[in-house]
Design a protein around this ligand. Structure first.
Ligand SMILES: [Mg+2]
Length: 248
């Protein structure tokens, strides 16, 4: 199972947390300023010294606005990440003409974003049901500490048997080596019953390329070649197989 925008809202939660932060620090017309925060973040992120390495590990600019970037493979990223967050909020406040403290805005965003870590409707029930007769493995791109924090805050952790975070694996979805690491972890009697994700490129296509059944959770539809099932709510996913006592 993918995590972001599959089990937990990510982009919409980031958007709401930015808007809440802008409101809290007194920026006029917060809803009109939200996009500029993402733009400023992307610009700082791309011009940062670790951009390529962090991108290859599957970490995005908006996640880094509240992620602890402590990473074994990029030891300097943690300190740089703290500076990045403060500089982004500093520029946002300066541009908006807001008389607020950039360190305070940085903290406010993390608080707002953390408060929005809640599973999608139906997600907790789905994971709990799947975990009865299957092992639920999480396959997620992002910074190790952030992804694990979100999983812990979500209440879903108790049902998840294994976690693969791109920054720990060393490769991000859809890199074949990420999926190879997942394959390598199977015991001889294990096989993939179902991959669920919101990204065609990151989840669906790599799963199908390996012969793993996949479900694409989506808001917008593109081509209709029928290779996978599309649903918009995770509670609507019907597993293609069943194992254990209920299978007979
Ligand atoms: Mg996702």
């Amino acid at each position: 199972m993918d995590l972001d925008d599959t089990l937990l809202p990510d982009r919409s939660a980031a958007w709401a947390a930015v808007e809440g932060t802008l409101h809290a620090v007194g920026v006029a017309r917060p809803s009109e300023t939200v996009q500029s925060v993402f733009d400023v973040a992307r610009s700082h992120w791309r011009s940062g010294p670790y951009f390529e390495r962090l991108r290859d590990l599957g970490i995005s600019s908006w996640e880094a606005l509240w992620a602890d970037l402590t990473l074994a493979s990029v030891p300097q990223a943690a300190t740089w990440g703290q500076r990045y967050r403060v500089e982004v909020w500093g520029e946002v406040l300066r541009t908006a003409g807001a008389d607020a403290d950039r360190e305070d805005a940085t903290r406010q965003f993390a608080r707002h974003r953390q408060a929005l870590v809640r599973p999608f409707p139906g997600a907790a029930g789905f994971v709990e049901r799947m975990a009865r007769n299957h092992e639920v493995w999480l396959i997620t791109n992002g910074a190790s500490r952030l992804q694990r924090l979100k999983l812990s805050l979500s209440g879903l952790e108790q049902h998840v048997a294994r976690v693969f975070v791109s920054s720990e694996v060393g490769y991000a979805k859809p890199h074949p080596r990420f999926f190879q690491a997942v394959s390598d972890a199977f015991t001889r009697d294990q096989a993939v019953c179902l991959v669920v994700g919101d990204s065609l490129d990151g989840d669906g296509r790599p799963a199908l390329a390996r012969g793993w059944p996949a479900v694409h959770l989506c808001g917008d539809l593109d081509d209709g070649d029928g290779l996978w099932t599309r649903v918009s709510v995770i509670g609507d996913v019907v597993p293609p197989c069943a194992h254990g006592p209920e299978a007979s």
